[in-house]
Design a binder for this molecule. Structure first.
Ligand code: COA
Length: 168
């Protein structure tokens, strides 16, 4: 299995992977919308002999600390074909994506998701740090991670995602 950046020929398969993994079209449409507006840090696929079995996208988000704005990397959606889940595909995609974000100069990543899954990558709940998501979410589900040690020290505030995420 190869983890690589998406190419134009992957677009339909990426849509299907997201649709099947989430059991609805919202995340698949979200990926298309973010791509169309060019608000993507990286979009990676897990390619198994030409079959795309997983996909992850990172987009820029903003931490608003009383008017001081910092750009962060937001992880998601991440999706693995149901038949290929729990085989390390999501893990490989997320680790590769976090590495690219770090290389691109991002110092902090955020994610909204399963509180049992993301801590293995270094994510931890944001609330105790005084950082919260712009929308309501279960407290443990919104998480942050330093891509560069110390990057979060002194930061508080509200995280805003790209508007395409509204309503998903
Ligand atoms: C979440 C997802 C991307 C993980 O990818 P994956 O390739 O299955 O995960 P990995 O093989 O890297 O890691 C497996 C671990 O993920 C965790 N995991 C997988 N699916 C999970 C779920 N629905 N709820 C909680 N934990 C889950 C488990 O801890 C599992 O470990 P285990 O097999 O020892 O129990 C994938 O399951 C998926 O596409 N799910 C549907 C879409 C989704 O929920 N996306 C994330 C939105 S935040």
């Amino acid at each position: 299995m190869k983890i690589r950046p998406e190419i134009a020929a992957d677009v339909a398969q990426i849509y299907e992977v997201n649709r099947l993994a989430f059991g609805r079209e919202d995340e698949a449409r979200l990926v298309d919308a973010l791509r169309e507006r060019g608000v993507v840090i990286c979009s990676l696929v897990a390619d198994l002999d030409g079959l795309i079995v997983g996909h992850v996208l990172f987009s820029p988000a903003t931490l608003d600390d009383d008017g001081r704005h910092t750009t962060l990397a937001a992880l998601g959606p991440v999706a693995v074909l149901p038949a290929r889940q729990r085989q390390g595909v999501g893990d490989a995609l997320i680790r590769a994506g976090l590495e690219i974000c770090r290389d691109e100069g991002y110092t902090v990543a955020v994610v909204l998701g399963h509180s049992t899954y993301y801590p293995r990558f270094g994510f931890r709940p944001s609330r105790p740090l005084g950082i919260r998501w712009e929308h309501d979410a279960p407290e443990e589900a919104f998480m942050v991670m330093e891509l560069v040690p110390g990057a979060l020290s002194g930061y508080r505030g509200i995280i805003r995602y790209q508007p395409e995420f509204d309503g998903v």
